[in-house]
Design a protein around this ligand. Sequence first.
Ligand SMILES: Cc1cc2nc3c(=O)[nH]c(=O)nc-3n(C[C@H](O)[C@H](O)[C@H](O)COP(=O)(O)OP(=O)(O)OC[C@H]3O[C@@H](n4cnc5c(N)ncnc54)[C@H](O)[C@@H]3O)c2cc1C
Length: 416
Amino acid sequence: MSPEKTEVLVVGAGQAGVAMSEHLTRAGIPHLVLERDRIAEAWRTGRWDSLVANGPAWHDRFPGLEFDGEPEAFVPKEQVADYFVAYADKFDMPIRTGVSVTGVTRNQDRAGFTADTSAGPVEARYIVAATGPFQVPLIPALVPDSAGIDQIHSSAYRNPGQLAPGGVLVVGAGSSGVQIAEELLASGREVWLSVGPHDRPPRRYRGRDNVWWLGVLNKWDAEAVPGSEHTTIAVSGAHGGYTIDFRKLAAAGMVLVGRTEGFADGRMTFAGDLAANVRRGDANYLSVLDEADAWVARNGFSLPEEPGAREIGPDPVCMTDPILSLDLKAAGIGTIVWATGFAVDFSWLGVAPQDERGRPVQNRGISTEPGVYFLGQPWQTRRGSSFIWGVWHDAKYVADHIAKQRGYLSAYGGAG
Ligand SMILES: Cc1cc2nc3c(=O)[nH]c(=O)nc-3n(C[C@H](O)[C@H](O)[C@H](O)COP(=O)(O)OP(=O)(O)OC[C@H]3O[C@@H](n4cnc5c(N)ncnc54)[C@H](O)[C@@H]3O)c2cc1C
């Protein structure tokens, strides 16, 4: 089959691929976006049923289109996916769905690359991998199947009714773990939550949402420095948005434990770091309030004071007398939900160097392999890179880079 030809092949049509297509269109660069499922599939089938966006509608969007409805609302996940479909329609994007890219090789006798796809080969001068920051669910190899406990990753969790009867141990207290644990508790389950180190920003402070504070305090846009890693952040837009407070969850009946460390003879063991982790989260929370207050004073804004936000409740028993070992069956636990994060898999893009964890070797999305680009990776340029708000700006940077390269190629008559 003779290859289809395009200038830029974008792989993946989540928010990153959609943003990329917008900027390439604006720059007048011919391109094709291939998506193995549907546009923004992760928002439809890679998340639990009740998920809403973590940021309000006025913020978690691209500049070119607003969400219908209340700007301060937290948009349900299906509507987030619908938004990206509408965005692709609005810009008439050349997105082809249901096509997987399975491999990419550099052309030997001419410039560019050939991608193997489920619909035949595609040749392109540039490749943009927009296949997501959170691709492969990570479950630590701790509990063998023979233990007789159901185990699922947070990406496979849908709702409480899906789980076997009994208590649930949720491992990981980032945004996914804490929201799932809370939903399970509210459904009447007994819930244990294993809490590691985390940040927990205030949902709202002095009348402004957390995303606004992150913006004015220049945290979304904070430049990546070598070694910048995805941070575990406990934040939620559920039920209109509220500040995650582990002490309140414990008061509501959730049993908190420290970091999950091991499993033997039916017993799970936990580090004795619960109190330290919760206090670290408190310190992060209070530091945001301090920075916000300093910002208000410096800028002469008139925002209502909120001294009550600084009150931290008493330590629950599970913090003062931590559980270090738990017989799961004796405790009635039938399921473990591993909210332990994701890895990436760029094995299909062997042409571009990757590190020992399979992460692309890139700087601001530009691979060390000329002609290959990445988009949507955590801390690709800034804290916001893997989020809706940030990826749009990173896509512009990548499109500009491609436009500049094309400019050189077209100089001197463009031969070659
Ligand atoms: C639970 C959860 C909640 C989140 N909530 C928010 C939030 O509220 N606000 C926010 O800003 N961010 C949020 N994020 C972070 C981020 O916005 C999402 O992870 C988002 O899906 C990332 O978009 P993406 O386009 O980079 O990747 P993805 O959405 O993962 O899209 C990548 C696409 O590439 C396709 N693909 C992969 N491999 C191939 C291939 N070989 N060939 C063809 N297609 C391929 C996939 O099918 C997929 O559609 C959340 C993340 C998680 C996990």
